[in-house]
Design a protein around this ligand. Structure first.
Ligand SMILES: [Zn+2]
Length: 261
């Protein structure tokens, strides 16, 4: 059975059981591709690598959307291409590598963490990826994690959102930041500005959506943030349907807002 499903021309997505995590592949016009946030289990990553091999495609570049362990995985089966992340993200990985590794092993003991920290920084403020075979825009922001970046592929009208715009997770704030809610709103503004050029949104966790669904998720996430700031109990169905850890993250955000009034 094929792990990769085509969600837009040249855009392939594999969806994994752990937290509905996605792996995204952007094929080039030639034989090179970009792999974004490959996950999760060693066998799952190897299966994606084997499918690319069967298609005669070589990984020309890797990208991690942000410095959390489930977006920093890599295996030698994917080859040894450059792996990039924003400067702020690579700084965060370097500063916290032992913690990131420990989080990975606690969350999924079988995970392969050998190449976890091997990401190279994009030049500060870079707006595009150095992938000459396709134009890929980097939309960097500070929501959820330092140096988080979404990728926009204009000629495929596709947005790879990292840990934003999920249909299964509420906004998860970076509570170590000075203004986590402000950062999140700013990131949603950035993604909303790109929405007119997007027909396919691929979140790091959850289901792929179309342009209408993208706008619905932006509105939904804004409503969640408003309820959080207004100290209203959240009626967000993602909390009710979701796992215990999601409700615990939400409770931590509620406490943060209360403590920072
Ligand atoms: Zn994640």
């Amino acid at each position: 059975m094929s792990a990769l499903r085509e969600v837009a021309p040249d855009v392939l997505v594999a969806t994994h059981a752990y937290c509905t995590t996605t792996t995204t592949v952007l094929l080039g016009p030639g034989s090179e591709c970009l792999v974004v946030d490959p996950a999760v289990l060693p066998g799952e990553i190897d299966a994606v690598a084997a499918e690319l091999d069967e298609r005669g495609v070589r990984v020309g570049l890797g990208f991690s959307t942000h410095p959390h362990w489930d977006h920093l995985l890599w295996r030698s089966s994917l080859g040894h291409a450059r792996r990039l992340a924003t400067r702020a993200a690579t700084d965060a990985v370097r500063a916290h590598l032992p913690t990131v590794r420990a989080e990975a092993r606690t969350s999924v003991p079988e995970v392969d963490t050998t190449a976890l920290g091997d990401v190279e920084a994009l030049p500060r403020g870079a707006r595009t990826l150095p992938a000459p075979w396709r134009h890929v825009q980097v939309l960097e922001h500070r929501a959820h994690a330092p140096g988080h970046a979404a990728l926009l592929v204009p000629d495929r009208r596709t947005l790879m959102a990292g840990d934003m715009l999920s249909d299964v997770e509420v906004p998860l704030l970076d509570l170590t930041a000075d203004d986590p809610v402000g950062d999140y709103h700013a990131a949603l503004d950035l993604l909303a500005a790109a929405a007119a050029d997007v027909d396919v949104v691929v979140p790091g966790h959850g289901g792929v959506g179309d342009g209408r669904e993208l706008r619905r998720r932006i509105d939904h996430d804004r409503r969640y943030l408003q309820e959080l700031l207004g100290s209203q109990p959240s009626a967000d169905p993602r909390l009710e349907r979701g796992p215990d850890w999601l409700r615990a993250e939400h409770a931590a955000a509620v406490r943060w807002v209360r403590d920072h009034r």
